[in-house]
Design a protein around this ligand. Structure first.
Ligand SMILES: [Zn+2]
Length: 309
């Protein structure tokens, strides 16, 4: 029995080094070229920003995303207001048209005071009403959506899942892994715990910041609004610790991030004569949201301060 075991061991080691090589190739070789592409806002829509190493075909990613979105919808309280959802969708789709994303994207509003937004695989973007409240104008709100759209366009969720599979694969016997096809299937099987899919690495957050500010600019918004939103998030979390989702803060809110974004704006984005900062519609939507919140909180009118602006 020693021989088959030894063969198995050898094969596992060979597989490990193959995987390591692929990780290195995937991470190192195209980095320079990919970086240049990412930093060329003139090529938005005509360039690929989705990396080279991904076990998931676009079809598989869309199927996985649909499954996860159903789970989120079961657990979250979605805003059921046609005017508000249409408004968010319109801002979102305008950004989509000015992005690199390769599949249809949907936007949904979650009724929650927690400041948060997140992106599932396959272009399902969820935005908490708390984020709308935190934003100071339409450009700031759009900047958060544009950042999430950056994750979608760069296919960060499935690329990250691919990476963690590779790391895991190096420590598991091949029989358990079940081959390359099995890896993708297993990812779907463990979809009940999707945190790993959108708790992105710092590298991916930096990339989404860059793409987001480019999409914001391309759509005609003031890209500086993204810096304003970072600052608003930071000061809100300072004043009310815990009001910003852990997930949203896992985007590291450091001065470094703000400085990088300012540098990207100055060095990559040609200045425009005019930018959209705010719209009267945004203000109307804010009021609508306030009225809705007060209405849904009516049984608790004895504690109105909770819902004051
Ligand atoms: Zn992010």
């Amino acid at each position: 029995m020693a021989r088959p075991l030894r063969t198995g061991f050898f094969r596992l080691n060979a597989m490990r080094s193959l995987l390591a090589t692929i990780v290195l190739l995937g991470a190192a070789l195209p980095a320079g070229a990919a970086d240049a592409r990412l930093k060329d806002p003139g090529a938005i829509g005509a360039r690929s920003v989705s990396g080279s190493l991904n076990f998931f075909s676009i079809e598989k990613e869309i199927a996985l995303g649909r499954q996860l979105a159903i789970e989120v919808e079961k657990q979250a309280r979605l805003v059921d207001d046609a005017i508000l959802t249409e408004y968010i969708n319109r801002i979102g789709q305008n950004l989509v048209r000015n992005s690199d994303v390769e599949f249809p994207v949907t936007f949904r509003l979650i009724e929650s005071d927690e400041v948060n937004a997140f992106t599932l695989p396959g272009g399902h973007i969820f935005i908490n009403t708390g984020l709308i409240r935190l934003s100071g104008n339409e450009a700031q709100l759009a900047s958060a959506i544009a950042h999430e759209l950056g994750h979608a366009a760069a296919r960060h969720a499935t690329r990250q899942a691919t990476r963690s599979d590779l790391i895991e694969a190096g420590t598991l016997p091949l029989a358990v892994i079940g081959g390359w096809a099995g890896l993708a299937a297993r990812e779907v099987a463990t979809a009940a715990a999707p945190m790993a899919l959108f708790n992105f690495s710092r590298e991916f957050e930096t990339e989404a910041d860059l793409l987001g500010v480019e999409y914001l600019w391309k759509a005609g918004y003031d890209p500086g609004a993204s810096v304003d939103l970072f600052e608003a998030v930071e000061s809100t979390e300072r004043r009310h610790p815990g009001s910003v989702s852990q997930l949203f803060r896992s985007h590291p809110l450091t001065s470094d991030r703000i400085a990088k974004t300012e540098k990207n704006i100055d060095s990559l984005l040609p200045a425009r004569g005019e930018y959209v900062v705010n719209t009267s519609e945004y203000e109307e939507m804010r009021e609508r949201l306030n009225r809705m919140t007060v209405k849904s909180a009516e049984p608790q009118v004895a504690r109105p301060t909770l819902y004051s602006k």
